[in-house]
Design a protein around this ligand. Sequence first.
Ligand code: NAD
Length: 332
Amino acid sequence: KVLRVAIMGLGSYGTRVAKAMEDSNRAKLVGLISGTPSKVEAWKEKYSIPDKNCYNYDNFDAIKDNPDIDAVYVITPNALHKEQAIRVAQAGKHVICEKPMAINAAEAKEMVEACDKAGVKLLIGYRMHFEANTLKVVNMRKTGEFGTIKFFQGLSGFMIGDPTQWRLNPTLSGGGAMMDIGIYSINGARYMTGEEPIWVTAQEVKTDPVKFKEGIDETITFQMGFPSGVIASCLSTYSMNNLDKFFLNGTKGFAEMQPSTGYGPIKGRTNQGPLDEPHIMHQTVQMDQMAGIIFDGVEPEIPVDGREGLKDMVIIDAIFKAVKTGEKVLLV
Ligand code: NAD
């Protein structure tokens, strides 16, 4: 069965997801939700989408009466996700929502509850959870190839450009680099170690307070402690390019990945040799797999549901609190 998807937010990542679905066996772009009529016209033509499957941000609740759409993929600025995802759920459609799923844990929890109540799935766009080299490392860790895990390092960053973009507007982004790219190190620390953190500490550096105004973090280093004694040391930044590296170390071996979360190919090696699983466009694999989750009840190796997204939001809240107070924040 093919998952019939409407994309909400025809921006740069929406464009990538649409392209990825061209090669998906199980997901197809069939609908559009946008506030820009000229984009709708162009996309309609490109993807042969009928008028009856096109909506704007005012009228998309009517999607509930459209039997030809199964799911809506929310790919808008972070602060809009909560309200939009809840409206989609209330219209009875499955929700796929981009990361960060919301701008704090309270919002994320509301989304999880609304989707549960509506009886629809809530899946977060964690494309790395389906990436072959990532899954290989996670499986090696599970089978004990690295021995007892002791340490994870995650470095996530890029140089942000245009100072007027929504990513640098706290009302739309809910935060700076942490929400956007640092979340990969948080999420990665969890799936690479297989544990949930019990404390965080964090420190912020701001070199340009004009560009990175109040509420927009430029660079944050953070540390997480895990129940077994594993520690993670991570960096999130909007001021360094080519920063995309994971390192996992255990008593018997290691894995290093660089790039570790970019669009790929993901590259790296372990103590046993190179990581060279074939590259397939991440979003194509993700959409194929998400169709399986929604229609066939497939349980992915690394979860991508709303509760998984909520865990990252709880950690982000704690990191911001740790930055503000200078104190260690306990998560349990
Ligand atoms: P973008 O600016 O390119 O696109 C955002 C879209 O939202 C635009 O089409 C814009 O018109 C629309 N929009 C609707 N209401 C808006 C409003 N009030 N203000 C501004 N824009 C509005 O951004 P993007 O890079 O496509 O990011 C969108 C989401 O996707 C973000 O949550 C981001 O974190 C996520 N993302 C995920 C990945 C990934 O690899 N999973 C990669 C990039 C972006």
